[in-house]
Design a binder for this molecule. Structure first.
Ligand code: F6P
Length: 320
């Protein structure tokens, strides 16, 4: 039986576990011997590799994070460590890889393919939703629901205590989480790297609303703007409203995967095994305009990630 290894790499995201479960079960049904790589790229180098069984992946579908654990390994960028990883795969008879992670991990595996010709299929997973070529990455829906729940709770206390709250969401360079959350949580202000903001007109708009009776405010800020502290102080100074900052942080990465994340994980995982079975070597599974497909890693690497323009338009009024 040909060996196919399944691993998670980079920042963990909800939906990774359902993807692991489905990849193992589907690979078994297609006549492969699946293996599990623990600790991401480090696990490839240090041979944290075990034969997978259906039992090993039962009861993981509802768990957040990744039971395979994950790392960001700098060592994998050195040839001698990739050579070690290759020897480990050879030892187990592993000829193909399914990697669930972000574009950094895909690029690392692409370099590995260039060196040793081990084909891989990539499944996009990051709460940032910033992998070019796909509208959806695993973990995003769960993170959005986590943010929604938090902002709903914050709204209760803000409204009760006549306060403004600035809520900082994750998203290293991408404002997707902040924009989708601002729109769906009814925020008054949104700051993201994709949109310019104008504090003068924001001030004018909100002072008018306060005059008309508004007693609380919610501002959603993407971490990538570095503006959370500043906006909190600005609200206190300029709108004369008691203001507090809540940084949601890593809470957004955890939690049981939503139904959407589980379904997307199953579809991506099946597509990944199918892609390897067709003999494709370095493809990323993508979901675009409502359909599933694949893109060569080179296309993904050469493309810039663009947030849905309709979502950006919905956010514009919150920036001025
Ligand atoms: O890429 C996912 C992400 O959660 C980003 O939103 C965030 O900037 C970063 O990872 C945090 O990284 P770390 O977990 O290493 O602190």
């Amino acid at each position: 039986m040909e060996g196919i290894a399944i691993m998670t790499s980079g920042g963990d995201a909800a939906g990774m576990n359902p993807a692991v479960k489905c990849a193992v079960e589907y690979a078994l049904s297609q006549g492969y011997q699946p293996y599990l790589v623990y600790n991401g790229l480090r696990g490839l180098i240090e041979d944290h590799i075990e034969k997978a069984t259906s039992n090993a992946v039962s009861s993981i579908v509802n768990r957040g994070g990744t039971v395979l654990r994950s790392t960001r390994s700098k060592r994998f960028f050195e040839y001698e460590h990739r050579q070690k990883a290759y020897e480990n795969l050879e030892k187990h008879g592993i000829k193909k890889l399914v990697v669930i992670g972000g574009d950094g991990s895909f690029r690392a595996l692409n370099q590995f393919y260039t060196d040793f010709k081990v084909p891989f299929a990539g499944i996009p997973a990051t709460i940032d939703n910033d992998i070019p070529g796909t509208d959806y990455c695993l973990g995003v829906d769960t993170a959005l629901n986590m943010i929604r729940q938090s902002v709903d709770s914050i709204r209760d206390t803000a409204n009760s205590f006549n306060r403004a709250f600035v809520v900082e969401t994750m998203g290293r360079d991408c404002g997707y989480l902040a924009m989708a959350s601002a729109v769906t949580s009814g925020a008054e202000i949104c700051m993201v790297p994709e949109l310019e903001y104008n504090l003068d007109s924001i001030g004018e708009r909100l002072r008018l609303q306060i005059k008309e009776g508004r007693n609380f405010l919610i501002g959603i800020v993407a971490e990538g703007t570095g503006m959370s502290d500043y906006l909190t102080r600005w609200i206190g100074d300029n709108l004369k409203m008691d203001a507090r900052l809540t940084i949601l942080g890593h809470i957004q990465r955890g939690g049981s995967p939503t139904v959407r994340d589980r379904l997307m994980a199953f579809k991506f995982a099946t597509a990944a095994v199918d892609s390897l079975q067709r003999g494709e070597t370095c493809n990323i599974m993508v979901y675009r305009s409502g359909s599933f497909g694949t893109l060569p890693i080179q296309k993904v690497a050469d493309t810039r990630c663009v947030v849905d323009p309709a979502l950006i338009d919905m956010c514009r009024p919150l920036c001025k």
